[in-house]
Design a protein around this ligand. Structure first.
Ligand code: ATP
Ligand code: MG
Length: 229
C-alpha cells in the first residue's frame, strides 16, 4: 500500500492560505444551491407545465394517442425532467442541514446502489456528534467523489463508508475491493482526488489515499467538528 504524503494530523497548524480556500469552497456551495433552486423553481416548472398541457391535449383529443410523434413528445419531456432531477441531486444536497450527515450519506448510498446493482454499497455510521454545516458539506462532497471514483474506475464488488468520532472530529473511511491504483501518481487534468484533499485541508483536516494496483483503494480523512479559524 502506498500513502500519499499528506497527514498533518488533527493538530496541524492552520496554513496562511486556508481562509481564501474556505471562502472559495463556501462560494461554490452558495452557487450550487442557487443553481438547484433556479432549476427547481424555473426550468422544472416550465417543463411540468408542458407535461400538464400535453396530458390535457391527450384528454381532449384522444385521437392524438395514435400519433407516434405525440407520444415521443411526452416521453422527451419526462426524460428532460428526470435528467434535471438527477442534476439537482448531484448538485445538492439541499437538505443536508436538516437531515444531518449520516442520513444524507445513507440516501446517497441508496441512490448509488440503485444505479449500480453490481457493487454492494455499505454505510456504517457510528457518529455521535453532528459536525458543523460547512464540515458536513465537505465530508459529503468527499464521499460523493470517492464513490463516483469507485463506480468509474474500481471494478469493485463492494465499497464501504465508515463514519466515526475521533480526536474532536470526524473520521471517514471509504474503502473498496477493486483493482486499486498507484496513489502516488497524480493524473494531469483529473481533479477529483486533489479536490477531495483540498476540501479536507481547507477545513483544517487531512486526507490520505491508500492504494496499490490489485489491492483495492481506501480514502481516509479526518475533519474537525467545527471549522477552524
Ligand atoms: N477507487 C479507485 N479505484 C481505482 N482507481 C481509482 C480509484 N479512484 C481513483 N482512481 C484512479 O485515480 C485517477 C485519479 O482520480 P481522480 O478522481 O483525481 O480523477 P478522475 O476520476 O479520473 O477524473 P475527475 O476529475 O472527473 O474526478 C483515476 O483516473 C483512476 O485512474
Ligand atoms: Mg474522480
Amino acid at each position: 500500500m502506498e500513502d500519499t504524503p499528506v497527514r498533518p494530523g488533527p493538530e496541524a497548524p492552520a496554513s496562511a492560505e486556508v481562509p481564501a480556500r474556505v471562502e472559495a469552497v463556501t462560494a461554490e456551495e452558495v452557487l450550487r444551491r442557487r443553481i438547484v433552486s433556479d432549476i427547481h423553481d424555473d426550468t422544472l416548472q416550465v417543463l411540468a407545465e408542458v407535461a400538464i398541457r400535453l396530458d390535457m391535449l391527450r384528454t381532449n383529443h384522444p385521437e392524438l394517442d395514435q400519433e407516434e410523434a405525440f407520444g415521443e413528445l411526452g416521453s422527451s419531456v419526462r426524460d428532460a425532467m428526470d435528467r434535471l432531477r438527477t442534476l439537482m441531486f448531484n448538485l445538492g444536497p439541499a437538505d443536508l442541514d436538516t437531515r444531518g450527515l449520516g442520513s444524507t450519506l445513507r440516501r446517497l448510498v441508496d441512490v448509488m446502489q440503485g444505479r449500480n446493482a453490481q457493487i454492494e454499497f455499505r454505510l456504517e455510521d457510528a457518529l455521535d456528534t453532528e459536525p458543523a454545516g460547512e464540515i458536513r458539506i465537505a465530508l459529503y462532497r468527499i464521499a460523493q467523489e470517492a464513490l463516483t471514483n469507485v463506480r468509474k474506475h474500481a471494478y469493485a464488488h463492494s465499497v464501504e463508508i465508515v463514519l466515526d468520532d475521533a480526536d474532536g472530529g470526524v473520521l471517514m473511511r471509504i474503502s473498496d475491493d477493486g483493482r486499486g491504483f498507484r496513489a502516488t501518481q497524480s493524473v494531469p487534468a483529473h481533479y477529483g482526488l486533489t479536490m477531495m484533499r483540498e476540501r479536507a485541508e481547507a477545513e483544517g483536516g487531512w486526507l490520505r489515499v491508500l492504494s496499490a494496483p490489485g489491492a483495492g483503494a481506501c480514502i481516509e480523512c479526518w475533519l474537525p467538528v467545527e471549522p477552524h479559524g
